[in-house]
Design a protein around this ligand. Structure first.
Ligand code: B16
Ligand code: MG
Length: 218
């Protein structure tokens, strides 16, 4: 049983929508411009990781010695491509059951928050036409410290005046699960059981989170 849950905090990429494939295409385009091979395997390390931290990984992979200004320009370029790719995003790309799950939680009086590293989170929620379902949006535009630092989740809890121990985080990234625990919150994982072994429950697919309705108690 998941008792005393007053707020559910959703990660975005990998939990609400599969934007990872678009991040992948944009990073791949940048990496291959520097003759760095970039496959879905490398992309796994980019999930839940902030844009500039991803840029640092690209530099390490290609042994690129470039200054901070150029790094920022390249990360901006990647973002322009990414935004171009997600420009046609719509509700059909949301994971199944997520909207119904949110609606049912709201009916039960449980607060809904977003806790995402992305600076494009609001744009994506607007595209998916679900922005208004969120009681607060804590994202990469509002925090300094990347997951596993709990800042993004603690900010959501403080926006809603809910104690961290009454928050349940749903995350697809290991660093996100760690961030939840670092913030004294509870955590559910979406993805690979071995990779997310710290989480209280791990569902292999986002659509399975609907099963939490039988377990969550306010
Ligand atoms: P942006 P999440 C994360 O979203 C993505 O998983 C990660 O791949 C991306 O680099 C990061 O957002 C920053 O995104 O470039 O749009 O600011 O999983 O925390 O919702
Ligand atoms: Mg994620």
């Amino acid at each position: 049983m998941l008792e005393n849950i007053k707020c559910v905090i959703f990660d975005l990429d990998g939990v609400v929508v599969d934007t990872a494939k678009y991040h992948y295409l944009a990073w791949k385009r940048l990496a291959e411009g520097f003759h760095i091979s970039f496959t879905e395997k490398e992309n796994e390390n980019f999930k839940g990781v902030s844009r500039m931290a991803c840029m640092d990984i690209i530099c390490e992979m290609g042994n690129l010695k470039i200054n901070q200004d150029l790094k920022i320009n390249l990360a901006n370029m990647k973002n322009e491509w990414y935004v171009e790719y997600i420009n046609t995003l719509d509700q059909s790309e949301m994971f199944d059951n997520v909207k119904d799950f949110i609606l049912e939680l709201k009916k039960r009086g449980i607060k809904i928050a977003l806790g995402s590293a992305s600076k494009n989170a609001r744009f994506i929620l607007e595209k998916l036409e679900i922005k208004d379902l969120f009681d607060t949006i804590s994202d990469g535009t509002r925090v300094k410290n990347a997951k596993p630092d709990p800042e993004v989740f603690l900010l959501a809890a403080s926006d809603l005046n809910v104690n961290p121990e009454n928050c349940l985080v749903i995350e697809d990234a290991k660093s996100g699960v760690e961030a939840a625990y670092n913030g004294k919150m509870r955590a559910i994982g979406i993805g690979d059981k071995d990779h997310l072994s710290q989480a209280e429950i791990v569902y292999s697919q986002a659509s399975d989170m609907i099963g939490l309705l039988d377990l969550i108690k306010k």
